[in-house]
Design a binder for this molecule. Structure first.
Ligand code: ADP
Ligand code: MG
Length: 500
């Protein structure tokens, strides 16, 4: 029996004599948990809880995934028992089990694994408190902008993308908790779950969390072998190794890894690359090494993956990041403002302005960040308070629905640089190495497609190049796209990223 909301429900196992009153008890326990822990925590951890039975002594409850069970057991058992005792008067204990998959309350998929003992104790505060409190960690001072293993360089890491700068709310609570647990347990004998798979639409914090894990593991153990790679960089490095007829050395690089973080899995394309990825992931998982993956889609929805890989990727924790609610958007804005203020204490945005931004910019964290950046620049320029009117006009082109966002070449350069793991400086330089020429050409092609700039203008913005160079790039990409569905998909994904 399930309430339409998926809320806590008293199961059918109750005895006839208990009847409605047991159901009433379940509801009361729910109300009590809600009141004691707060709406946010209740929704995150108890919404999917069901009451299965009560034998006069043990209250049996269930949740859809192992992760929830462990979390409740390590953080909220006392509270849960207390609330149950208030209603089920003779109750002495509560037992939490994982019910069979297939429940529509389950957002994520877990597999029954050995309970984590020492590692769990090591990561969890024994007190029943919210995760944002439980996981608060000392400030992280990033020292380097990249991970590397055995001379093999990962994709760049943004020093802002730490757990400290990540705001937790209902939309990302599970993904964040999973990320924290991985970061804290990966170097222990009891890793949390493997793999951790995060997915969401664009701009909701996947990359931020992956990089936060990388920073945190490095902070804990300088020598930890951490590798953060976009799928694109993985592919590029592998193709280079093939070209150099040295594919074995590519595999070798992964041997000593403690944790591999793969971002934007949907870009893992090309038959050989996919096979190699398959190989490496299987080898790492078999060897007990931690794997973390971020993607725009659930593993079951990535058609290119083979069946075995799809199911392997679902065996740990699969967590979705949902759209942000108003409050979370406000808090992300506050966080961004606080970061600016740390550098420049005079900068301020009124509650009214923050509220306007949070009401209008509903799509992604990227918009929120962009709005604060723009307003900060405006403020630097004017050195006068930002009025709601100014805020509206400065961020108008970020506002959804008012007018389509005008795409800037700057946006294209930023996304191309992030996606291919080459710096903007390289894109604009005279370097003619394949690793920069290809991204540069794709960038020029996208600039022609997505902006109204003329060819000479595009040439100028891409490192003072001649318009014939731009034309050549466009023709080249058009030709390759015509015969390569993979590249077409990739370009489509890039367009989506740029348009956001
Ligand atoms: P994704 O990889 O899912 O597309 P990103 O991790 O790149 O998203 O996030 C986009 C921007 O929004 C980044 O600047 C990131 O720091 C910010 N952001 C997303 N979620 C949060 C959050 N919960 N707290 C703070 N910043 C966030
Ligand atoms: Mg990302």
């Amino acid at each position: 029996m399930r309430a339409p909301s998926g809320d806590l429900v008293v199961g059918d196992a109750k005895t006839a004599a208990e009847g409605d009153s047991a159901e009433g008890k379940g509801l009361k326990v729910r109300a009590m948990l809600r009141a004691r822990l707060g709406e946010d925590i209740y929704v995150s951890w108890f919404k999917a809880l069901e009451f299965d039975s009560f034998d006069g002594k043990t209250v049996k409850v269930s949740v859809p995934v192992v992760f929830l069970r462990k979390w409740i057991e390590s953080h909220y058992m006392e509270e849960l028992l207390k609330c149950c005792k208030a209603e089920f008067k003779t109750a002495q204990q509560v037992s939490v089990s994982v019910r069979q998959p297939g429940s529509n309350a389950a957002r994520s998929v877990g597999r029954e694994v050995e309970p984590l003992k020492t590692a769990r104790e090591a990561v969890a505060e024994p007190r029943a408190i919210g995760i944002s409190e439980a996981v608060r960690m000392p400030a992280i001072r990033p020292v380097a902008g990249r991970t590397s293993v055995d001379g093999f360089e990962g994709s760049p890491l943004d020093p802002h993308h730490t757990f400290d700068n990540f705001v937790v709310g209902p939309a990302n609570r599970m993904a964040h908790a999973g990320a924290i647990q991985v970061a804290e347990t990966v170097l222990t004998d009891n890793p949390a779950f493997n793999p951790l798979y995060l997915y969401s639409s664009v701009g909701l914090g996947k990359t931020h969390l992956l990089q936060a894990i990388a920073w945190e593991v490095k902070r804990r153990a300088e020598n930890a072998q951490v590798l953060y790679l976009t799928a694109e960089r993985f592919r590029y490095q592998f193709v280079e190794a093939l070209r150099a007829q040295d594919p074995l050395s590519f595999k070798e690089k992964f041997r000593s890894i403690n944790i591999l973080l793969i971002d934007d899995l949907e870009f893992m394309q090309g038959e050989k690359t996919e096979q190699e990825f398959d190989h490496i992931i299987n080898a790492l998982l078999d060897g007990g090494r931690q794997v973390v993956v971020a993607s725009a889609r659930h593993p079951a929805q990535i058609e290119r993956l083979n069946e075995r890989m799809r199911s392997r990727l679902q065996r740990g924790l699969v967590a979705e990041i949902g759209g942000f609610d108003h409050e979370l958007r406000q808090r992300v804005l506050d966080q961004r403002i606080a970061e600016k203020r740390a550098a420049d204490p005079g900068f301020e945005l009124s509650r009214e302005v923050v509220d306007i931004l949070a009401s209008r910019l509903t799509e992604s964290g990227r918009e929120l960040e962009g709005a604060v950046n723009r307003l900060y620049l405006t403020w630097q320029h004017m050195r006068a308070p930002i009025t709601p009117d100014i805020a509206e006009s400065v961020v108008r082109d970020l506002f959804q629905g008012v007018e389509p966002r005008r795409i800037k070449i700057e946006d294209i350069l930023r996304i191309i640089s992030r996606h291919f793991g080459v710096s903007k400086g390289d894109l604009l330089s005279q370097r003619r190495h394949r690793s920069v020429v290809w991204p540069r050409q794709i960038g020029m092609y996208l600039a022609k497609q997505l902006t109204h700039r003329s060819l000479p203008e595009i040439g100028r913005r891409f490192g003072n190049r001649d318009h014939t160079t731009v034309l050549h790039a466009i023709r080249k990409i058009e030709t390759v796209i015509a015969g390569d569905a993979g590249l077409r998909d990739e370009i489509d994904e890039l367009k989506k990223l740029i348009s956001h």
